[in-house]
Design a protein around this ligand. Structure first.
Ligand SMILES: O=P(O)(O)OC[C@H]1O[C@H](O)[C@H](O)[C@@H](O)[C@@H]1O
Length: 532
């Protein structure tokens, strides 16, 4: 039997055992949690027991996770379908040296980082101004990996944002760029065009729109543009002078890129020192991922918990539920990080995957979700493993009573999922309300919670830049570890290409230049309706 089969067999033969029973073993909470770097990850409210964990760790070992991890950190070309190294970790370890193709790539990383810092300080201190005075607003135009990370972090770290206001435009829907620019003064706005390739249609279209918006009001719009890209030739062709172009190498994947120049808008908003603290947090998690034995290794155990729930127990989705309003965009960020990385149907060697790929990731901040979709999580027929996140304190000391309520809600949800409420308990509740007979039975059944629903909880001290860095690097490495164990390449994204190609081919059909005769009947009818 393979380890996958061992795990499935073990799960099937033990799935009748309530998770709550596992707490009869002494030290369950301590033994099925990890404290590291000031974070606390609890996975004791899952059905993973010592035997299952042993099998999962053997699975990780058998996948050569340790050597793949070391290859990633040292610049090995582990992105085999694109023949690239995977070195976003180098962006947060800027004092080190890392060799790719025989040369140290870090002097250039350090030089670009220093230029970013200088530029951010010059903007923040008013040494670089707009044509109408000090820069008040920065608009990042990018999409996917050139948007989600910094956009998520700009909200997460808003208590530290003491520079120009940060805005983000991503959607090709003109409503997005229109609505963001509508409130801004072109003479005091800096536009940062962020695109790894500098070819992405959404970004280039929005950048042109922003340039026209500026050209209407100021003499030299190009002077208020900066660019973040790997394609210096294309940024030059767009008219952005080289001193305001911040480059990076192709070994930084788009969805892993917020630590480098893609973080420029964030750096301008929170300042280089806070941005550096964010990098330091990511690096601290790198060190932990590299050094800790698997059983004490937060990213590895988070990955194994995910694999247990999805590939072994068959739960196809997982909910990410931050009890932190400022992490409102974390689920969207993780959707790209996890689903673009591990949503693959073939293994690294091109063979069909024999197990399911990564899960559907979704979520909303607590407590909002409680009043929306938690009904299904508690009483729906499908089990949805939940990942709760919660800080010990918020940034509003005078509202500490609200934070206590927030924390109580978070812990109450995982407790409710674990315990549930039995029919007898529900009957007692209804009886106390005076119900009897058949009506009591009927009403009680609606108030039963099956419980035995798994969740994990990640606790952190406070959502500082350092802690956000730890959390994001934790998830990055979790995705990496899951991908290695599944045998897939987490660093390409061929699955986004077909839709892009077809969109380009459809555009002339919309504008009437082509008749769309090669299209299927549905697509032709939809185009005809929209054009009518
Ligand atoms: O940064 P860019 O080259 O503009 O790419 C932006 C995004 O678009 C692509 O289609 C990919 O799916 C993403 O991984 C990428 O982050």
């Amino acid at each position: 039997m393979t380890l996958w089969e061992d795990l499935r067999f073990y799960h099937e033969t033990h799935s009748g055992r309530p998770i709550l029973d596992l707490f009869k073993a002494e030290g369950r909470a301590e033994n099925f949690s990890i404290a590291a770097g000031g974070l606390y990850f609890d996975y004791s409210k899952t059905s993973i027991d010592p035997h299952a964990r042993g099998l999962l760790i053997r699975l990780a070992e058998a996948s050569h996770l340790a050597s793949r991890r070391d290859a990633m950190f040292s610049g090995g070309k582990i992105n085999e379908t694109e023949n690239r190294a995977v070195l976003h970790t180098a962006l947060r370890n800027i004092d080190a040296s890392v060799m790719v193709d025989g040369s140290d790539v870090m002097p250039e990383v350090r030089a670009t980082h220093a230029r970013m810092q200088d530029f951010a300080r010059d903007i923040r201190d008013g040494r670089i101004t707009g044509q109408g005075g000090r820069i008040t607003d920065v608009v990042n135009i990018g999409i996917g990996g050139s948007d989600l990370g910094p956009a998520m972090a700009a909200i997460a770290l808003s208590p530290y944002a003491d520079g120009p206001r940060a805005h983000f435009v991503s959607n090709v829907d003109g409503a997005h760029v229109h609505d963001v620019l509508a409130g801004l003064n072109p003479a005091t706005t800096l536009i940062v065009v962020a695109s790894k390739t500098f070819t992405t249609i959404e970004t280039m279209t929005n950048a042109e729109t922003a340039r026209r918006w500026m050209a209407d009001k100021i003499a030299d719009p190009a002077a208020q543009f900066a660019a973040v890209s790997t394609a210096a030739d294309k940024t030059a062709a767009f008219g952005i002078p080289p001193e305001r172009v911040f480059g990076f190498a192709d070994w930084v994947g788009g969805r892993y890129s917020m630590w480098g120049p893609v973080g420029l808008t964030l750096m301008i908003a929170i300042g280089p020192e806070h941005f550096r603290a964010f990098l330091d947090g990511g690096r601290a998690m790198d060190d932990h991922f590299r050094d800790a034995p698997f059983v004490d290794n937060m990213p590895v155990m988070l990955a194994l918990t995910g694999l247990w729930h999805n590939q072994i127990c068959g739960h196809a989705t997982r909910a990410v539920l931050p009890y932190e309003q400022r992490l409102a965009r974390l689920p969207a960020y993780l959707q790209q990080l996890e689903m673009e990385s591990n949503g693959k149907r073939v293994a690294m060697d091109g063979s069909d995957l024999v197990i399911h790929s990564g899960p559907v990731v979704w979520g909303e901040p607590g407590t909002n979700g409680q009043h929306a979709f938690y009904q299904l999580i508690h009483q729906g027929t499908r089990v949805i493993p939940c990942e709760f996140l919660l800080g010990r304190e918020g940034h509003e000391p005078d509202l500490a009573h609200q934070h206590r309520l927030l924390a109580a809600n978070c812990l109450a949800q995982s407790e409710a999922l674990l315990r549930g409420r039995s029919l007898e308990e529900a009957r007692a509740v209804m009886a106390a309300k005076g119900l009897t007979g058949a009506e009591l039975d009927r009403q009680a059944r609606h108030r039963v919670f099956p419980g035995n629903r798994p969740s994990t909880t990640l606790l952190y001290p406070k959502l500082t830049p350092f802690v956000l860095g730890q959390i994001i690097a934790l998830y990055e490495h979790r995705v990496f570890a899951e991908g290695v164990i599944l045998g897939i390449n987490s660093f390409d994204q061929w699955g986004v290409e077909l839709g892009k190609e077809l969109a380009l081919a459809l555009e002339p059909v919309f504008s009437g230049q082509e008749d769309g005769s090669g299209k299927d009947g549905s697509t032709r009818a939809l185009v005809a309706w929209l054009r009518s």
